[in-house]
Write a protein that binds this ligand. Structure first.
Ligand code: GDP
Ligand code: IMO
Ligand code: MG
Length: 423
């Protein structure tokens, strides 16, 4: 049985959490493969909203096992808070939530380093979530990191001390004003480690490959989006992991020939939090409407999200990099009421029209060229079948499908689990 992947095709926040929750009933295992608490995945059902950062979005379903893969970076303090939020649901966390021994740990000093690095960059800052993601992945690739499996060793505290001392020297090197109380941070960290140690640690690549042999169904859950990928995103304004399909192989230990469907999620428009180029960004009333109607505020940091028209050139690029086999269009409901909708179908790149995503997509190099489509007036939020969707919305979807050459299989018309239409 193949492993299906679900990943974001834009700059994150496409609605991955919602769709993983919707699809979990079809799967035995949900496995997060990269990122960390920089992610904020929102699930809404039975009138309640839940935001998950590290824990996979299948956690609320009775039968699914949720795996935090080796490619994920875990902040024990945030993880502890997530567990506390779940306490009221009486989930059997010990057997439902399994953590890879090879996942790396975010130390308090990784967060401080993130802050020091961003402060030192001034205006050129990445707009990081400041969760310590970059420094933790740097320690991973630099072969200095601490992993979950280290917590089972007697000397983990010595490792922790040595790494922390090194980080303090690095923070001093940045020569910026970062206030911290190391003792307090350490106390909080050690308490959280004790909670983490109560959970089940596994050799996750072994577990998942055995599950594949035993014909279990697995859905790999991505975080962030393809345009934030460390290799293929809008570097340097990206995150520090491979958010694209290949990241699922390295982040779970699953071979490429075990991957089946690749579900690509996109919003019917585009958003971005943090710094970096965004060719179709709007600074007018249309952008304000998207932000207001779509409640576009980051689920992790609460920062307002920048909004703009759908960029089909970027979407096609993401579809290609990931080998997307099915698309899911989110937040179509937010576009109800626009007379005309614009979609970017090529760029003017330094005076020449191009159909691909060029190396530099900064404002001064790239101007989007739009195709205009007719909007729809109907409120979509209570619609439940494809037949009821307005003609203009179907035309909008058809245009996207023809452009990127992949079918749209799910249309989401609201944040609730139930507001999901299968095509
Ligand atoms: P994720 O990071 O990809 O899981 O997405 P986020 O949870 O960060 O952001 C998506 C936001 O859009 C959340 O507030 C969701 O509740 C909301 N959402 C998801 N799908 C829809 C939809 O179809 N319509 C509307 N209006 N909101 C949606
Ligand atoms: P989900 O999984 C949207 C952005 C940050 C910043 C850049 C680098 O909820 O879609 P980092 O903290 O990784 O060093 O930040 O990436 N970013 C996200 N934007 N959704 C996310 O996750 C994001 N995770 C990171 O805003 O621009
Ligand atoms: Mg999010």
């Amino acid at each position: 049985m193949a492993v299906n992947l679900l990943l974001g095709l834009q700059w994150g926040d496409e609605g991955k959490g919602k769709i993983v929750d919707v699809l979990t009933k079809n799967y035995d295992i949900i496995a997060r493969f990269q990122g960390g608490p920089n992610a904020g995945h929102t699930l809404i059902f039975d009138g309640h909203k839940h935001v998950l950062h590290t824990i996979p979005s299948g956690i609320f379903h009775k039968n699914a096992v949720n795996v935090v893969g080796n490619g994920v970076v875990i902040d024990p303090i945030i993880f502890k808070k997530e567990l506390e939020n779940l306490a009221q649901f009486n989930l059997d966390i010990k057997s439902k939530l399994l953590i890879s021994r090879k996942a790396h740990l975010i130390l308090p000093t990784h967060r401080l380093l993130d802050a020091a690095s961003e402060t030192s960059k001034g205006k050129a800052k990445i707009g990081s979530t400041l969760k310590g993601i970059g420094p933790t992945y740097m320690d991973k690739t630099g072969r200095n990191g601490m992993r979950v499996g280290d917590l089972e060793l007697e000397d983990w505290k010595e490792k922790y001390q040595a790494l922390t001392e090194k980080h303090i020297k690095m923070i001093d090197f940045f020569d910026v004003d970062i206030e911290y109380n190391l003792e307090e941070l350490e106390t909080e960290f050690c308490e959280a480690i004790e909670v983490l140690k109560q959970l089940t640690f596994i050799d996750s690549e072994e577990y998942l490959n055995n599950a594949i042999k035993n014909k279990k169904t697995i859905l790999a859950e991505g975080a962030q989006g393809s345009l934030l990928d460390i290799d293929f995103g809008t570097y340097p304004f990206v995150t520090s992991s491979n958010t694209t399909a290949a990241g699922a192989c390295t982040g779970l230990g699953v071979a490429p020939n075990k991957i089946g469907e690749v579900f690509g999620i996109f919003k019917a428009y585009t958003t971005r939090v943090g710094s970096g180029p965004f060719p179709t960004e709007l600074f007018d009333k249309d952008g304000e409407i998207m932000a207001k109607v779509g409640h576009e505020f980051g689920a992790t940091t609460g920062r307002p999200r920048r909004c703009g028209w759908l960029d089909l050139v970027a979407l096609k690029y993401a579809v290609q990099i990931n080998g997307v086999t099915q698309l899911m269009m989110m937040k179509g409901d937010v576009l109800s009421g626009f007379d005309t909708l614009k979609v970017c179908t090529s760029y003017n790149y330094k005076g020449t029209e191009v159909n691909h995503l060029p190396y530099n997509i900064e404002e001064h190099n790239v101007t989007p060229i739009y195709t205009e489509l007719k909007g729809w007036k109907e409120d979509l939020t209570s619609m439940t079948s494809v037949e009821t969707l307005p003609k203009e919305l179907n035309d909008y979807i058809k245009f996207i499908e023809d452009f990127v050459e992949v079918p749209v299989k799910i249309v989401s018309v609201g944040p609730d689990r139930k507001q999901t239409i299968l095509k």
